[in-house]
Ligand binder design. Structure first.
Ligand code: 3PG
Length: 394
């Protein structure tokens, strides 16, 4: 794939697909990360003499105009983050878009309305892609976190114009390659979260790629059940036990060691400050739930991390939203951060809850790379080709 360095942008309108699908409450952006992260690309395009025109989706309006899902709500946050004037267009194609582009000065940024207001966006309709292409001369995709969608603005448009990856897309692809594609060994993957059923493909792919797979959260309970270990009232998908056994077998054949909790924190209630105790993994009382991994498990993980060169992390080890059940996630994340800071570990994390958990642990800043992607990160961990990335290679 090409980067901004390969493109002649002087005097051109650069249609730049970004992901500014940010969380909002009562009309205010509550997490600026995705907005702040597009800045290097915007600055680079402007420095090269291109006019920045941003294409993006927001939420899931399903092909209809839904005023609450207008990108107009992020204009102020975007202008504040970029330190530039943002000219907003009420449509992402046609006269309104063309007029906004004509009106904007060379240092301004144009933001076009939510691409998903058009039904053709999610259908990857070539007509819509052509209408978008008519607005500019170059396409830059900086939306790795939307690259798992084959939509008009993420995939179709790359086929209509000379196309390149933006700086954030470049950084994501490089980090992910260093974490899994061409990782330095030994490599460790930490996979947590509630359900095995949503992560089967991911686990099946990972066991062929890493030397150690650490399984945490509710998923670990399902693997324990598969070993014949009683987990009381814990969250576990008993019907997935056979799948868990198959994954273990696959790991064994591939030479990947699976790590499950050896001790666990159990409680009878799932609420903040609930009375809890730490017991050996075989000792979960029938009326209790496993809500976190115990300190012995954490010590074992720290030793695995210390012997590794690469770490990829998705999902918390316990019910991290509710203390004290965040202890294992916090301690393991802090250990990974320390080793990264000391230069012995390359650590990459991504996917929804993970970033929130690492932030809460105060560990995110010391990780080598934190992906902005949720679903795209998971699909990439499954070994899938992302259509938005593939289109850049055509
Ligand atoms: C995300 O938030 O993960 C991306 O913006 C993709 O959003 P989507 O799941 O609605 O396609």
């Amino acid at each position: 794939w090409k980067t901004l360095d390969d493109m002649d942008l002087a005097g051109k309108v650069v249609l730049t697909r970004v992901d500014i699908n940010v969380p909002m409450e009562s009309g205010r952006v509550t997490d600026m990360t995705r907005i702040d992260k597009i800045r290097p690309t915007v600055e680079d395009i402007v420095a090269r003499g291109g006019k920045v025109v941003l294409l993006a989706h927001f939420d899931r309006p399903k092909g209809k105009v839904v005023p609450e899902m207008s990108l107009g709500h992020v204009v102020d946050a975007l202008a504040g983050s970029l330190g530039r004037k943002v000219v907003f267009a009420a449509d992402c194609v046609g006269d309104a878009a063309a007029a906004a582009i004509a009106k904007a000065g060379p240092a301004d940024v144009v933001l076009l309305e939510n691409t998903r207001f058009h039904p053709g966006e999610e259908k990857n309709d070539p007509d819509l892609a052509r209408q978008m292409a008519a607005l500019g001369q170059v396409y830059v995709n900086d939306a790795f976190s939307a690259a798992h969608r084959a939509h008009a603005s993420t995939e179709g448009l790359a086929r209509q114009l000379p196309a390149a990856a933006g700086r954030l897309m470049e950084a994501e692809l490089k980090a992910l390659d260093a974490a899994l594609g061409n990782a330095r060994r030994p490599a460790v993957a930490v996979v947590g979260g509630a359900k095995v059923s949503t992560k089967i493909e991911l686990l099946a792919n990972l066991v062929t790629k890493v030397d150690h797979l650490v399984i945490g959260g509710g998923m670990a309970n399902t693997f324990l059940v598969a070993e014949g270990i009683e987990v009381g009232r814990s969250l576990a998908e008993r019907e997935m036990a056979e799948t868990a056994r198959e994954i273990r077998l696959r790991a064994q054949r591939a030479g990947c060691r699976i790590h499950l909790p050896v001790d666990v924190v159990v409680a009878r209630e799932f609420k903040a400050g609930a009375e809890s105790q730490t017991v050996g993994v075989h000792k979960c009382p029938p009326d209790a739930m496993i809500l976190d991994a115990g300190p012995q498990t954490v010590a074992e993980l720290e030793a695995v991390f210390a012997g590794a060169k690469t770490l990829i992390w998705n999902g918390p080890l316990g019910a991290f939203e509710i203390p004290p059940f965040d202890a294992a996630t916090n301690a393991a994340a802090q250990a990974a951060a320390r080793l990264t800071k000391a230069g012995s570990l390359v650590s990459v994390a991504g996917g929804g809850d993970t970033v929130a958990a690492l932030n809460a642990a105060g560990a995110a800043a010391d990780f080598t790379f934190i992906s902005t992607a949720g679903g795209a990160f998971l699909e990439w961990m499954e070994g899938k080709e992302l259509p938005g990335v593939k289109a850049l290679m055509a």
